[in-house]
Design a protein around this ligand. Structure first.
Ligand SMILES: *Cc1c(COP(=O)(O)O)cnc(C)c1O
Length: 405
């Protein structure tokens, strides 16, 4: 080390840490800090984190459970039997699917935890994971941590942001261990139907690939659209599991609780990894989750009505200022095109500098996210209106022509 004098400066972190891609938001976060430091009123459409609190009845249950000393001790890493039953019941009510709570259900410390750890169940060094691009970054990071390689499946607008499985070379498919899917999709908000999932099941059976479907937006939907579960596809249980979460459905991102359901062999493998790494979900939080899953569900439609109003406003304004966007049928995001002549990072930087409004550049979700921005609908109404007005004024100040800039 050039300027190191202290002992220990020569210590080497692992390749898996060195190989981590630079965190996209470091640059943006730095910029936001600078803007705030000089007194700018920064409005963020950046993160997908529900802005309203966890519903009262869930918090009430959490408070009570936290006072019970039996919940102060190590939980079982497989989760309370009652929680596994409550998860199975919810899947039955929501999708008409039955799961064996003992074998086909596993609570997680948030879906992200399971998504990252499941790579250890399937990926040996050199193995391939098929991963959507753009997509949630954890699928590829988990793969890399396990020593595997990501083969990216481009999601393009022409193909409605669904992967074209026919384009996967046979040698790649034969080497692949897992196929990641995520519908409703973050960041594009695309949705998939049963017909698509059936094709996924057929592909997985042909090449003996495990399908890992990530579905935390199944409860965030608009108009009369209702997302389906991957597990509804005939044969899905033979090849795959679905990750889900209480984070988005019940505004519980801060409590860290999610689940996986599906193929018993995959669930068991994930359970074995987890039981060697973590000691379960704090039990009071498990009781809160049971209350969320079994209690009144009206919070879901209430929250969706709020997001839907925001969605309509955001899509309307974006289209009126030449940032082409479609109405999402589900999820918390609007996926919009940047004007010709910009890449997503340049556009986002300029937007932040000139308006103090923050959105996420599409490139942060992969190469095929380039040319887009993601606008989250989890910004409080007043801030949202203010942010959208700023966007419109900004466009006007460019004489309603992005090429002039
Ligand atoms: C939010 C999100 C998750 C993480 O959910 P947690 O249960 O909070 O860990 C997983 N996948 C996608 C695509 C997400 O957007």
């Amino acid at each position: 080390m050039e300027n190191g004098t202290k002992e220990g400066d020569d210590m080497q972190v692992s390749k898996r840490i060195e190989n981590l891609p630079p965190y996209l938001f470091v640059g943006i976060s730095k910029k936001i800090e600078e803007m705030k430091a000089v007194g700018k009123d920064v409005i963020s459409f950046g993160i997908g984190d529900p802005d309203t609190p966890t519903p009262d009845h869930i918090i009430e249950c959490l408070c009570q459970a936290s006072r019970d000393p039996t919940n102060h001790r190590y939980p079982e890493s497989i989760g309370l039997p009652e929680l596994r039953e409550a998860i199975a019941e919810r899947y039955e009510k929501r999708f008409g699917l039955t799961f064996d709570p003992g074998e086909e259900v596993l609570p997680l410390i948030g879906a992200k935890e399971g998504i990252a750890h499941i790579a250890l169940c399937f990926i040996d060094p050199g193995d391939i994971a098929l991963i959507p691009d753009p997509g949630y970054p954890v699928y590829a990071i988990g793969t890399m941590f396990a020593g595997g390689e990501s083969y990216y499946l481009p999601l393009t607008e022409e193909n409605e942001f669904l992967p074209d499985m026919d384009k996967i070379p046979r040698q790649v498919a034969e080497k692949a261990k897992v196929l990641w899917m995520n519908y409703p999709h973050n960041p594009t908000s695309a949705v998939a139907d049963i017909g698509f999932f059936e094709r996924v099941v057929a592909f997985a059976k042909k090449y003996d690939i495990a399908v890992l479907h990530d579905g935390p937006y199944a409860d965030i939907y608009y108009d009369d659209y209702r997302p389906v579960s991957f597990m509804e596809a005939p044969g899905a249980r033979d090849v795959g599991i679905e990750f889900n979460s209480l984070s988005k459905s019940y505004n519980m991102t801060g409590w860290r609780i999610g689940m996986a359901v599906g193929n018993a062999k995959i669930i068991n493998a994930l359970m074995r990894v987890k039981s060697n790494l973590d000691s379960g979900i704090p039990q009071a939080i498990q009781y809160a989750a049971i209350e969320a899953l079994r209690g009144p569900q009206d919070c879901i439609s209430k929250h969706n009505a709020v997001y839907q109003k925001r969605r309509d406003k955001v899509v309307d304004i974006l289209n009126s200022i030449g940032l082409e966007a479609k109405l999402p049928r589900a999820s918390l995001y609007v996926w919009a095109k940047v004007p010709p002549g910009y890449n997503s990072t340049d556009f986002v930087s300029k937007l932040i500098e000139e308006t103090s409004v923050v959105v996420t550049p599409g490139i942060g979700y992969g190469k095929y996210g380039e040319g887009y921005i993601r606008v989250s609908l989890t910004t409080q109404d007043e801030q949202l209106d203010k942010g959208l007005n700023r966007l419109r004024d900004w466009y006007d100040s460019h004489n309603q022509n992005w090429n002039n800039s």
